[in-house]
Design a protein around this ligand. Structure first.
Ligand code: GLP
Length: 263
């Protein structure tokens, strides 16, 4: 695993966006051989998305031959609800870049048959050739996508019940009015197994409130109670974090990951 420590959120966001752009441009994607990107929501990736939009506007990257799969979506929230992940992605990324509509995949939390929706999602990922680069965030309790503590680390896309912690954390977004009851009780989410099947995984982690999760991800054992810890088993896993998120790493771990990146 690589742990890239950046001074602050701005630098972390720029680093992540540059990395994504580099990967897309190196792949020289075509309609026949597109680049497949896994995408997260939440506050962590917002700075990266701003940088990606800027880079696109400067003509330094195109998303014409990029296929995207989002990590998760709430169940039962109307697609045009201000806090739906459909809305988030349109506002933060898709409305501002040249990614064709038919290349964008987001789970439908209002599908009549949620199980079939999830199975179909996994099938579409395989048909697209698998995910080249899966981007993600971490919940304060160490969840990846909506794989809450206790989730099977090999699970694939399915419906998950959100923990009280997550509903409280996500109620901070404006249209949930700080009311955890307004946050849907369940979501559709890719599984840790889906993320692990990607060729490469890049996780963004910033802020002091993520320090325990980062410590568990990097120094803790692989455990279903911190689902992000499964990244330790990936051959090409990267966490890009800011200084504040490092507060609970040992000094030795911190120095080691800094030293690696100096080489
Ligand atoms: C949500 C999302 C996750 C995200 C996490 C952290 O629960 N399902 O994909 O990583 O929140 O969010 P934030 O980046 O806002 O802290």
């Amino acid at each position: 695993m690589r742990v890239i420590i950046q001074p602050d959120y701005e630098k972390l966001s720029a680093w992540a966006a540059d990395y994504v752009v580099k990967r897309i441009n190196e792949a020289q994607p075509t309609a026949e051989k597109p680049f497949v990107l896994g995408l997260p929501t939440g506050s962590s990736p917002q700075g990266m998305y701003r940088n990606l939009v800027k880079t696109y506007k400067e003509g330094r990257v195109s998303f014409k031959n990029v296929i995207t799969f989002n990590m998760d979506e709430y169940v039962g929230l109307p697609e045009d609800h201000p806090e739906s992940y459909h809305t988030f992605m349109a506002e933060n990324l898709f409305n501002h870049i040249d990614c064709p509509k038919e290349n964008i995949h987001i789970l439908n939390g209002n599908a009549p048959d949620l199980e079939a929706e999830c199975a179909n999602y996994e099938r579409m990922i395989v048909e697209a050739g698998g995910i080249d680069l899966f981007l993600g965030g971490i919940g304060p309790d160490g969840h990846i996508a909506f794989n809450e503590p206790g989730s099977s680390l090999t699970a694939r896309t399915r419906q998950k019940t959100l923990t009280t912690d997550t509903r409280i954390a996500n109620s901070r977004f404006a249209a949930f009015h700080n009311n955890p009851e307004e946050v849907p009780a369940t979501a559709l989410t890719v599984g840790p197994g889906t993320v692990m099947a990607a060729k490469e995984v890049l996780i963004l982690c910033n802020g002091h409130n993520k320090a325990r999760a980062l410590q568990a991800a990097v120094e803790g054992p692989v455990t279903q109670m911190w689902t992000i810890s499964v990244l330790q088993m990936h051959q090409h896993g990267i966490i890009v974090c800011d200084e504040a998120a490092c507060d609970m790493l040992t000094v030795g771990t911190y120095k080691y990951f800094k030293d690696i990146e100096k080489l």
